[in-house]
Design a protein around this ligand. Structure first.
Ligand SMILES: NC(=O)c1ccc[n+]([C@@H]2O[C@H](COP(=O)([O-])OP(=O)(O)OC[C@H]3O[C@@H](n4cnc5c(N)ncnc54)[C@H](OP(=O)(O)O)[C@@H]3O)[C@@H](O)[C@H]2O)c1
Length: 338
């Protein structure tokens, strides 16, 4: 198998650091690797697999000879560099929302819709973090009984908003405990000891962009009909890492909680913890720092015919961003798509 030259764009960010760690964990076999950032972090050092690398400022010529770029540097940076990467024959695996709904860009969760990778024209998009963890749960169920309607409520950690947001939770919490004034910058409201029902900006229909991403990306990845009713409410909670989701699914036909439990127990990337009598159900602390999507509280939904409700928790920096990016990189290498 050929070995690619890899670049990590946004290597100094929360997701970029996690990508670097996971490239090592998944033993991605590369020829050369480089770490790119903005001018701000250029010149800083990254230690990787026992070697020291100097972070370089990303410029068009940084992508000369690079086969696969793993990007987590924001939408505008991806938009700026995508043509430069593609022009040079590279494949961009992008974490931002810039290209996700572009019809020429496959939106892929590894082990869910790998076949879509074959249609790439130089850019592959990694879904939004809340969508990502949900796909590994919904795909095996939708393969057995078709999803008719979906309602998702998310409880999202601050790490999903980057390094500055993590620091703001710490600083805001300390300020509240010390009885000091605090000016919030990353969030529209104070995040300490609070729950904020806004992630991203509001759309004309009253939903936020984050909520619409969950609805639209789910349909694209699972190849659901465009008019499948999906509704999401996304909230930011004062948790450092790990997104939780309450999921209500209506299926075309009846499926029991026992069947759902059995299907998910045998599904790739999913761990079922579901024994409420013993207080066994997944929490964000179980999920942070590890790869599985955890599912529990599987029960019959009382509002829908043929309905199931469940609770789903995962590390948003891993399955929601970096882990899937690196898994996609591995698929691109294995399927010889670069
Ligand atoms: N956090 C999540 O859970 C999550 C999940 C899915 C997707 N994403 C997406 O991933 C991206 C990064 O998120 P993050 O949380 O890692 O943010 P972050 O911690 O703020 O890191 C941003 C990274 O991008 C680099 N960067 C910024 N502007 C750049 C430019 N003009 N040229 C080159 N590099 C530039 C930064 O370099 P400097 O160090 O030089 O500033 C840094 O390495 C965003 O698009 C976000 O939407 C995040």
């Amino acid at each position: 198998m050929r070995k690619p030259n890899i670049a990590i764009l946004g290597a100094t960010g929360v997701v970029g650091r996690e990508i670097t760690k996971i490239i090592d964990e998944l033993k991605i076999d590369f020829n050369e690797i480089k770490f790119l950032s903005s001018a701000k972090s250029a010149g800083s050092e990254i230690e990787f697999q026992g070697k020291k690398y100097i972070v370089e400022e990303a410029k068009p010529e940084s992508f000369d000879g690079v086969n696969i770029v793993l990007a987590s540097a924001g939408g505008s940076t991806s938009q700026k560099f995508a043509p430069e990467i593609v022009k040079r024959g590279g494949v961009l695996i992008d974490n931002s929302s810039a290209f996700r709904m572009d019809k020429d860009v496959p939106l892929v969760i590894a082990y869910v819709n790998d076949e879509d990778l074959k249609n790439h024209k130089g850019i592959i998009a990694n879904p939004n973090c809340s969508t990502s963890q949900l796909m590994l749960v919904l795909k095996p169920l939708n393969d057995i009984v078709k999803i008719k309607r979906l309602i998702v409520s998310t409880y999202q950690a601050v790490s999903g908003a980057g390094l500055a947001a993590i620091n703001e939770l710490t600083a805001n919490t300390k300020a509240v405990l010390a009885g000091e004034e605090f000016e919030n910058k990353c969030f529209k409201k104070p995040i300490a000891f609070n729950v904020i029902p806004q992630i991203d900006v509001f759309c004309d229909n009253g939903y936020t962009k984050e909520e619409m991403k969950v609805a639209n990306e789910t349909k694209k990845i699972l190849h659901l009909a465009a008019d499948t009713p999906i509704s999401c409410t996304a909230a930011r909670v004062p948790v450092y890492n790990g997104h939780s989701e309450a999921v209500d699914i209506e299926f075309e036909e009846n499926i029991s909680p026992e069947e759902v439990r059995e299907i998910l127990k045998n599904s790739f990337g999913v761990t079922v913890i579901d024994n409420p009598d013993n207080y066994e159900y997944p929490t964000t602390r179980d999920a942070s720092g590890v790869n599985p999507v955890f599912v529990g509280r599987i029960r019959k939904n009382l509002a829908f015919e043929n309905g199931i409700s469940l609770w789903c928790v995962a590390d948003n920096l891993r399955i929601g961003a970096a882990l899937n990016t690196v898994r996609l990189c591995r698929k691109v290498i294995e399927m010889d798509l670069y």
